[in-house]
Design a protein around this ligand. Structure first.
Ligand code: HEM
Length: 403
């Protein structure tokens, strides 16, 4: 590629294909084959693994969602400020500080204690459908899992699950960039803020065995430099960042297996393959298939001149199919050996802080589902959500036999 390559020279992705066909990872590879960078409307799409990693580690690429939020019409500036102060949208030093605070509270041993409860919730969900031999996996098996887990992690009763589901959905909808989602997202943010604020106050008086207690302790260890607002923004980021992603990724996993009965049977025979199978699902079909960035200055990326203020899409769905890193990338192989990590949980400055919990949830659920459901198969048409920042099935009809 010559060093004078600019955006106008790039091959453009067919916009119709983006909205009319199924999930991004099914049609994108074909549309972008042979191109290191492509254009999608006014954005540059980065397709190769190494380029994606370097963008995700480079501070000159700012948070694209943050920029999009500010550009939405008729949006209350106080709401913009509030959302921008969350870990998901914050930048610079404050962002680093919030991550530093959250990461120790999200380490593996803090989730070990939730394993039995996680198994219980998945078993209960299976109990309800197993004799019917069919279900809509999105509604019946996947959506309830992360919400229940969030309740345990925060140490609140499971009756609160509906509330979290509602606020998480309204908050995530905002990332579609659709202005009609703003009023519901504003109302949801207000509700969740006051709920969490109240919870923090209660935990200060009565510490528990939960993430809020852990975060308060971590904040106190920082010598009072961390405020209740910091703790609150972390918690809400975890609810918003960890709900839709996990339920979509679990549904995608079941779709992958329902299309490949031999892999499902393999998993049933060899449950020790589950953790690797989770990695393969997230590589092959990442729900967070596109990460949005914006250039803070003119940048040269692999010979491409990207002007300041350009929206850049880091396409993990394509990076995860880069055959220089993942041989035979179109093959779904639950025994794949990973020389380098896939980008389904991001990379670098903003990589997923909840990936330990997400992996535990996906592994826990797949272990139980594969133990209890035999002959998994698609039972009608899967409908997919539009390609926003995350994608997954809206309905996933499955049939199975009780094992
Ligand atoms: C299978 C489930 C999940 C997937 C596929 C996923 C994927 C991702 C990805 C790709 C990013 C990076 C976004 C970017 O660079 O723009 C991210 C960030 C994030 N994730 Fe996850 N995630 C999952 C579950 C979770 C869970 C369970 C939590 C919380 C407990 C969580 C909390 C977050 C937060 C707070 C961020 C923002 C980090 C930052 O901006 O510094 N995620 N996630």
């Amino acid at each position: 590629m010559s060093s004078s390559m600019c955006m106008a020279d790039l091959h453009s992705i067919d916009k119709e294909a983006a909205v009319s066909t199924g999930p991004a990872w099914q049609w994108l590879p074909e549309q972008t084959r042979g191109h290191r960078f492509v254009r999608w409307q006014s954005s540059v799409v980065v397709t190769k693994y190494a380029d994606c990693r370097s963008v995700l580690s480079d501070r000159r690429f700012g948070n694209g969602l943050r920029a999009e939020l500010g550009a939405m019409p008729d949006i209350d500036p106080r709401f913009v400020e509030r959302r921008r102060s969350s870990m998901l949208l914050e930048e610079g030093e404050r962002h680093t500080r919030l991550r530093r605070l959250a990461i120790p509270a999200l380490r593996p041993r803090n989730f070990e204690r939730f394993r039995p409860a996680m198994s219980q919730v998945v078993n209960e969900l299976v109990d309800r459908v197993v004799d019917q031999g069919r279900c809509d996996a999105v509604v019946d098996l996947c959506s309830p899992v992360p919400i229940s887990v969030i309740c345990w992690v925060l140490g609140v009763p499971r009756e609160e699950a509906e509330f979290f589901a509602e606020v998480a959905e309204a908050s995530t909808a905002l990332f579609s960039g659709d202005a009609s989602t703003v009023p519901a997202a504003m109302a949801a943010t207000e509700k969740i803020d006051s709920y969490i604020e109240d919870l923090i106050e209660r935990r200060r008086g009565h510490p528990g065995m939960d993430l809020i207690t852990d975060l308060i302790a971590a904040a106190e260890a920082e010598g009072g430099k961390v405020t209740s607002t910091d703790v609150m923004t972390i918690i809400t980021s975890l609810i918003v960042g960890g709900t839709d992603t996990t339920r979509n990724q679990l549904a995608i996993a079941l779709h992958c297996f329902a299309e490949r009965p031999e892999s499902w049977e393999r998993l049933r025979r060899q449950p020790e393959l589950v953790p690797n199978a989770v990695e393969e699902v997230v590589r092959y079909a990442p729900t967070a298939y596109a990460m949005k960035r914006i250039t803070d200055e003119d940048v040269e990326l692999g010979g491409l001149l990207v002007p300041r203020g350009t929206s850049v899409i880091v396409m993990s769905a394509l990076a995860n199919r880069d055959d220089s890193v993942f041989p035979d990338p179109e093959r779904f192989d639950i025994e794949r050996e990973f020389r380098l990590p896939h980008l389904g949980f991001g990379w670098g400055l903003r990589s997923c802080v909840g990936s330990v919990l997400a992996r535990a949830e996906l592994s826990g659920a797949l272990t139980i589902l594969s133990r209890r459901l035999a002959s998994l198969a698609l039972d009608g048409e899967t409908r997919w959500s539009r390609p926003d920042t995350i994608q997954g099935p809206v309905t996933l009809p499955l049939r199975f036999e009780a094992a």
